[in-house]
Design a protein. Structure first.
Length: 114
C-alpha cells in the first residue's frame, strides 16, 4: 500500500523546530500521558509547517480560512501564549475533527513496538 505522508516543521509547543510526519492532512495531536497534556498541530501544506493551535478557538476553527487561522496563531501561540491543553480525549478528538488527524505520544515518550 502506498501511503502519503504529510511532512513539515513543527512550530511552537513541544515539537517546535522538529520534523513532524502525519498520515492525515489535518495534522497531529501529540499527547503526554505522564503530564496529562496535549497539543493540536494543524498542517499548512503551502508552508510545509505544523502550527500549534491556540486554546479557545476549537468551536469555530473549521469555519475560519487559513489566513484567519494563521493570523490567530501569530497573535497567540507565536506571541508566547501557551497552546498546552489538558489531556481530555473527548475534547481533543472534537478539536481535531477526529478522522482527519493522527493522535500520538510525544516522540520522547513513545515506546518502541516490537
Amino acid at each position: 500500500m502506498d501511503e502519503t505522508l504529510f511532512t513539515g516543521l513543527g512550530v511552537a509547543g513541544p515539537m517546535d523546530g522538529r520534523t513532524i510526519e502525519s498520515r492525515f492532512p489535518g495534522g497531529v495531536v501529540f499527547v503526554s500521558k505522564p503530564t496529562n497534556k496535549a497539543w493540536v498541530y494543524d498542517f499548512y501544506p503551502a508552508q510545509d509547517k505544523f502550527y500549534a493551535r491556540p486554546l479557545g478557538y476549537d468551536a469555530f476553527w473549521t469555519e475560519m480560512s487559513d489566513e484567519q487561522k494563521l493570523a490567530v496563531v501569530h497573535e497567540t501561540t507565536l506571541s508566547g501564549i501557551d497552546a498546552t491543553r489538558e489531556l481530555d480525549f473527548t475534547k481533543i478528538r472534537s478539536a481535531a475533527d477526529s478522522a482527519d488527524f493522527d493522535v500520538r505520544a510525544l516522540p520522547e515518550e513513545a515506546r518502541e513496538v516490537v
